[in-house]
Design a protein around this ligand. Structure first.
Ligand SMILES: Nc1ncnc2c1ncn2[C@@H]1O[C@H](COP(=O)(O)OP(=O)(O)OP(=O)(O)O)[C@@H](O)[C@H]1O
Ligand SMILES: [Mg+2]
Length: 297
């Protein structure tokens, strides 16, 4: 969830609480300053994300150490590696939460991510899912998706605006994708942990991101929910680029072998802030260094 969406949610709660009590004057005109960023990632060269030689230190400890990673447009890339390898820190750098000491990070070949703030990075099409689901518990599933609509941020800040037919269709499509069509009117707080995770993914999708960063998306899910999540991600592959960090190797296996590119997909193994290995799942699983530091024998 972006800081901007958090603010919109707080506003929505106020308005939600006012429902049935009549509208305060000017409520429907509530608006936020809207900054339109016309930049669009140029993927003509094939890559949507270029990280080069990124170093991040915390009190001298290098959480990322000359990390380089390229993700192609439409690719589904899994990132694995032991605790503390730097996986979450890498996402923090991409989304502007942490500034690296050195290195470069580009979205497409033209957008320098290190010059943009967190909100601007979310707006140009990078969506991030944190491990803990952060949905608006007091709103319905439908209202959560409504709130996340990218179309008009000033209108979006109010749960009272009228949706266009196209927006309704989009909400319907996303509800189907995230398996919550039959729960649209339920209060989000009553969903299972897995369903909340899907709802948050749905909220990201409403904002039409080009690149999705998913940090341990199936943590705490049942086996069935995990399988459905793999299907969901595979259905997004191609039309979106996805970077998925997970420890659940069964899930990684489902993502790697399913979908359009079958087992030609690449997995990246991080260790001590750098890329230890990169290749197909079979290749990294038989890599001696990877077995030693992560997978075990
Ligand atoms: N804000 C911070 N201040 C100090 N150290 C930090 C900070 N953020 C991360 N670290 C350290 O950087 C290293 C990398 O952490 P990171 O969270 O990126 O690992 P990870 O690969 O995501 O691990 P996990 O699989 O456990 O989620 C760890 O040693 C962590 O303690
Ligand atoms: Mg992490």
């Amino acid at each position: 969830m972006t800081p901007e969406l958090m603010a919109a949610g707080a506003k929505a709660k106020e308005l939600h609480d006012l429902r049935g009590k009549g509208l305060p004057e000017g409520a429907s005109g509530a608006s936020y300053g809207r900054v339109v960023n016309p930049e669009v990632a140029d993927v003509a060269h094939g890559a949507i994300l270029y990280l080069d030689d990124i170093t991040v230190s915390f009190d001298g400890f290098k959480a990322l150490n000359k990390l380089s990673l390229n993700i192609s447009a439409g690719e589904l890339r899994c990132i694995i590696g032991p605790n503390g390898a730097g996986k979450t820190t890498m996402m923090d750098v991409i989304t502007g939460k942490t500034r690296p000491d050195s290195g470069s990070a580009f979205f497409g070949s033209n957008i320098d991510l290190l010059r943009l703030r967190e909100n601007a990075i979310a707006r140009i099409g990078i969506g991030r899912k944190f491990q803990k689901p952060t949905v608006f518990e007091y709103l319905s599933v439908f209202e959560n998706l409504e709130l996340a609509l990218a179309a008009d941020r000033s209108a979006r800040a109010s749960v009272l605006f009228r949706l266009t037919g196209e927006q309704l269709d989009r909400i319907g499509e996303v509800l189907t994708l995230i398996h919550l069509k039959d729960h649209a009117q339920r209060t989000a707080g009553l969903l299972s942990h897995g369903q909340k995770q899907w709802l948050e993914i749905g909220m990201l999708l409403m904002q039409d991101p080009k690149l999705l960063l998913l940090d341990e998306p199936v943590a705490g899910m049942t086996d069935e929910e995990t399988e459905r999540t793999a299907e969901l991600f595979l259905s997004l592959e191609g039309s979106h680029s996805l970077v998925v960090v997970e420890h659940d190797m069964k899930f990684i296996g489902e993502l790697q072998t399913g979908g359009a590119n079958g087992d030609r997909k690449k997995v990246t193994v991080l260790h001590e802030g750098s890329v230890l290995a990169e290749g197909t799942l079979a290749q990294v699983q038989s890599n001696e260094k990877v077995i030693e530091v992560y997978l075990g024998r």
